[in-house]
Ligand binder design. Structure first.
Ligand SMILES: Cc1cc2nc3c(=O)[nH]c(=O)nc-3n(C[C@H](O)[C@H](O)[C@H](O)COP(=O)(O)O)c2cc1C
Length: 249
């Protein structure tokens, strides 16, 4: 790529006039106000491209971001606290790389991020599937719920698990219009269509029924001291199947 081309590529928010000029003929990009070389023939115009326009506008609306852009969740804190902070400050969402860290290390990062960014700014943390250690997965969900981490990105899951459902189902309530309002937002990083389907579908009933009717164990063996979850029993109208929340957003 010539210096001219990289200069035009960096000016992504400006229209670029494309001309053909010289012998042998070269394609030359011109930014607004630049004079075309003698004998240049106009080839076309590239319209301005705003990174804010890329992706689905619904994403920005749901998360209050400037860009539909997510980064992070590289294990062992490689996707660090400062990466997450900078992503939030620059209008995207960063996920902390919690995989491979001890719960105490994740907790320290979550406390620091909550202090720096607050709970409502868009940021989150990874929840990596631990098939050989479901208690670790559960402990991380406990930690996220206890500290009020509102965005979690689930990765490496081969199916939806009780811990994932517990995260999204906790704090569900009815809005003034009777619709479901989520407190916790789940992203799922998937590479196969059937896993995407599982995350976009209503939660498996045995995992969801418990919290909806005021139960406490989300499909897991009963804990010795039951947790308290808000019941949706007081909803202003009877829930219909269409109200059943999907796992992810
Ligand atoms: C060193 C390293 C560690 C990673 N650790 C995780 C992880 O713990 N959890 C996860 O969901 N993805 C992990 N990833 C995947 C990244 O989050 C990302 O999805 C992947 O690198 C693709 O993004 P890219 O195309 O920008 O590289 C890791 C990637 C790298 C390079």
């Amino acid at each position: 790529m010539s210096a001219d081309h990289s200069r035009a590529a960096r000016a992504i928010r400006q229209p670029v006039e494309i001309v053909r000029a010289g012998t042998p003929a070269k394609i030359v990009p011109l930014l607004p106000g630049e004079t075309p070389p003698t004998g240049a023939v106009r080839v076309g115009t590239l319209p301005p491209l705003y990174p804010e326009w890329l992706g689905d506008r619904g994403f920005q609306a749901a998360h209050g971001t400037r860009f539909a852009y997510v980064a992070g969740e590289m294990a062992r804190g490689l996707a660090s606290q400062s990466l997450v902070t900078e992503m939030a400050r620059h209008g995207g969402i960063g996920f902390f790389g919690s995989a491979g860290l001890a719960p105490a290390e994740v907790e320290a990062a979550m406390v620091a991020l909550t202090r720096d960014l607050g709970r409502d700014r868009p940021w989150g943390s990874n929840l990596i599937h631990s098939p050989s250690d479901p208690e670790l997965e559960d402990a991380l969900v406990d930690l996220y719920l206890r500290l009020g981490v509102r965005r979690v990105c689930a990765s490496a899951f081969m199916s939806v698990t009780p811990s994932v459902v517990r995260f999204v189902a906790t704090g569900l309530r009815r809005g003034a219009d009777g619709g479901v309002v989520r407190r916790n937002l789940l992203f799922a990083k998937v590479s196969r269509a059937e896993i995407a389907t599982a995350f976009m579908s209503p939660a498996p009933a045995p995992m969801l029924t418990a919290p909806v009717v005021g139960g406490t164990n989300f499909g897991r063996p009963k804990p010795s001291s039951p947790r308290k979850f808000r019941s949706l029993k007081t909803s202003p109208r009877k829930p219909t199947p269409a109200d059943t929340p999907t796992i992810g957003r």
